[in-house]
Structure formats: structure tokens, C-alpha cells
Write a protein that binds this ligand. Structure first.
Ligand SMILES: O=C(O)CCC(=O)C(=O)O
Ligand SMILES: [Fe+2]
Length: 386
């Protein structure tokens, strides 16, 4: 660390490739429109609000390690609270000019930042280099697993170049000395309000949280796409709504209800509770595809679509993805990965359902076992079981 003038530290491979991939899975199945143009985010409170509180489990040990490292580096052991944890992705057009992370009255509580890179410059996206205004290093090229720690004040003024292709993904945390900004106690009170069943099916937030609209000006307000629908489309999948014939259902509500997954004129017989359920399973399949291939699980049937079914699939697409090209321009080359799309099929989705359910149950079990201790200590920490 360069002491004094520019307190900061860069560590390579702080996160394992497996940790990066798991967080990428969570982001690609749960993200909403972010707080700035061309930015998507997944916060822990959003995971709880969408009935996926078990998905905070993969963050627990990573948050703990980051906090320990930052306290050790900056000599403030046992003094810090995590103020915010979020997965943040930037697509084409996103950038941020020179700033310090405490530069707004409502951000004054921020003392330190940790930014973990979950994918890599040059490989997964172009542009998006990080720069410190003064001191060394002047430039950081994001590489999956690397993390940068720095103080949130004006000794670490920084910027990020515009992303010109692909989707740049980070796990960002801020730390505060002020216990009233402790994220854990807020998250714990939200979890307490959940009814934790044996199994969690995700529940989408309001549709406007998923509507990506690149042009902020009034004339183009409706040109955009649903981010969940787009992420399914990027992997080559479409959706068939079972409320298609029911004209009393508002089109915008259709993703909230029962859906089937379609691909290339075929349909999987299995029904999904809503778009988030379908998206989580498909993203899980994409994450674990190589491991699933060897497995032998009973399949759902894959049927050829009838003409009316095809029409419903196309009708949904025209509502939620009116301009296909916009997805490719937004996500750049990750949007035109034909080989990946080719390799994923409906039989694979069907295999993935069972594995996704096992994964979900396992995390939920850990959550339920950890909760009593979390509540006692009012912190979210790794609990060791016998
Ligand atoms: O993603 C990065 O490299 C840094 C982002 C940043 O500066 C911020 O969100 O304040
Ligand atoms: Fe920043």
C-alpha cells in the first residue's frame, strides 16, 4: 500500500474463478436497472425483496474476507461496518468521470471502498479501464478475481472510461465507521419479514425495474427492452405465456405469471412460475452446462410449437423486446455469441431444473441454520456447523 498520500491496495486473484462465476450467475438472473444510465445492479436487499434471500449466502464469506482485509490494510480492526454490497454491471455507454466515493452529502458516511472485478478487460468487455487521478498505479485494467481497496475521500479521486463493448461486472462494497449505516442490521430486519419456506421461488419486482431504456429523452421513452427477457434472448431462449388467450391480462403483467420456455420452434412442457423463475434456471444452466451434460435425469418433453403458440411467443417478444438490435448494441459482443447460444437447448434446461432446485435448497438450508446466530449478533457472518 502507498501510505499517507494515496491509501490504496490492489490484490490479484482475491476471488477464485468459481466465486466470480457464481456471482455472475446471480447478477444475470436477478439484476434490475441501475442508478445511472447503462448500468444494472443487484443489491442484497433486492434479493430478499424478490423472494431469493438464500442468494445472499454466496456473498457471506466474500464480504467477511473483504472487511478483514480492509481493516488490516488500513489499521482499523473491528471498527468498520459494511455500508453497501452490490453487483454492478456496466454495458456499452456507461462511464464515470473523476470523483471520490464520499462526494455527496448522503455518501459522507463512506470511509473505504472495495471493488472486485468479476470479469476481464479485453476478454469480456472493451473500454472500462479504471484510473486514479494521482499516485500509483495510475490505471487498473480489470481482471476477474482482482480487487482494489481505497479510501473513499479525495486522496483517491478516480474515474472509469466508457465501456465500448460487452458487459463489465463488479462486486462493489463500501465500508463505514458509523454503525448507524450498518447494512447487516437492515438486511436482517428485511429477512425477518420473509416467510422462509422449505423452497423459494423467485418473485419479480415491479416491471418498470426491469425496463431498460437507453434514451432518456421524452421522444424515445418507449424504445427499450425488458432486461430479464433480453437476458433469456441472449442465450437463445424465448417465452410462451399461458395467459396468451386471456385478454383481460395486461401484456406487461404476462411475465409475472406462468410461462414456458421456447427455442427454435420448440417448447418445453414444464411450466415456470414467472419470468424470474425461468431466468434463474436458464442462467443456472448456462453457469453449470459442462457439469450437467454427463448427468442422467428424467426429462420433460420437448414439443414442436403449434401456430397459435408460436404467435404467443412472437407477441411477447414484440412487447418486451421490440428492437432486437438494441440488445446487441447494448451488450456488444456478449450479445452475438452464436456458439454459446447453439450449445444450449431445451433438454439442457430441463436437466438444469433439478440441479437448480438442489442448489436453491442447499443455500436455503444454510440460511435457515445461520439466521439464529445472525440475529443474536446482528451481523451476517459465516456460521460453522457440526
Ligand atoms: O467499477 C469501478 O471500477 C469503479 C466504480 C466507481 O468508481 C463507483 O461506482 O464509484
Ligand atoms: Fe467510485
Amino acid at each position: 500500500m502507498s501510505e499517507g498520500e494515496h491509501p490504496r491496495l490492489i490484490l490479484h486473484n482475491f476471488l477464485s474463478p468459481a466465486e466470480c462465476k457464481e456471482l455472475e450467475f446471480i447478477h444475470k438472473s436477478c439484476s434490475t436497472i441501475g442508478y445511472r444510465p447503462h448500468v444494472f445492479s443487484t443489491t442484497l436487499s433486492h434479493l430478499i425483496a424478490t423472494n431469493s434471500p438464500h442468494l445472499i449466502i454466496p456473498f457471506v464469506s466474500i464480504r467477511e474476507r473483504l472487511k478483514e482485509k480492509i481493516e488490516e490494510t488500513f489499521g482499523c480492526e473491528f471498527e468498520l461496518f459494511i455500508e453497501f454490497t452490490g453487483l454492478i454491471s456496466w454495458c456499452r455507454g456507461a462511464s464515470i468521470g473523476w470523483h471520490s466515493d464520499d462526494n455527496r452529502p448522503y455518501l459522507k458516511q463512506r470511509d473505504f471502498a472495495a471493488v472486485c472485478y468479476l470479469n476481464s478487460y479485453g476478454k469480456d468487455f472493451k473500454g472500462g479501464l479504471f484510473h486514479f487521478q494521482s499516485g500509483e498505479p495510475a490505471t487498473v485494467a480489470p481482471s476477474a478475481g482482482d480487487v482494489i481497496f481505497y479510501t473513499a475521500d479525495d486522496r483517491n479521486i478516480h474515474s472509469v472510461d466508457e465501456v465500448t463493448d460487452g458487459e463489465r461486472l463488479t462486486l462493489a462494497l463500501w465500508f463505514s465507521r458509523d454503525s448507524s449505516h450498518d447494512e447487516d442490521s437492515k438486511l436482517l430486519s428485511r429477512i425477518s419479514q420473509c416467510t422462509l419456506h422449505r423452497f423459494c421461488l423467485p418473485l419479480p419486482a415491479s416491471t418498470n425495474m426491469y425496463w431498460f431504456c437507453p434514451h432518456q429523452d421524452a421522444s424515445n421513452q418507449n424504445i427499450g427492452f425488458d432486461i430479464c427477457f433480453a437476458r433469456l434472448h441472449l442465450l437463445g431462449f424465448g417465452l410462451h405465456s399461458l395467459q396468451g388467450e386471456d385478454h383481460s391480462t395486461d401484456a406487461s403483467e404476462q411475465l409475472m405469471g406462468t410461462l414456458q420456455i421456447a427455442k427454435g420452434g420448440e417448447l418445453l412442457s414444464r411450466k415456470f412460475a414467472n419470468v424470474l423463475h425461468a431466468l434463474q434456471v436458464v442462467q443456472f444452466y448456462n453457469w453449470k452446462a459442462s457439469e450437467l451434460k454427463t448427468s442422467n435425469v428424467e426429462n420433460d418433453t420437448v414439443e414442436a410449437m403449434s401456430q397459435p403458440q408460436l404467435e404467443t411467443v412472437n407477441a411477447l417478444k414484440s412487447v418486451f423486446l421490440p428492437d432486437e438490435k438494441l440488445v446487441t448494441t447494448t451488450f456488444g459482443y456478449s450479445g452475438s455469441n452464436e456458439d454459446l447460444k447453439e450449445s444450449l437447448d431445451l433438454t439442457g434446461v430441463s436437466l438444469a431444473v433439478t440441479f437448480w432446485e438442489e442448489y436453491t435448497s442447499k443455500l436455503l438450508k444454510v440460511l435457515l441454520l445461520s439466521l439464529p446466530q445472525w440475529k443474536t449478533f446482528q451481523t451476517i457472518h459465516k456460521v460453522e456447523f457440526d
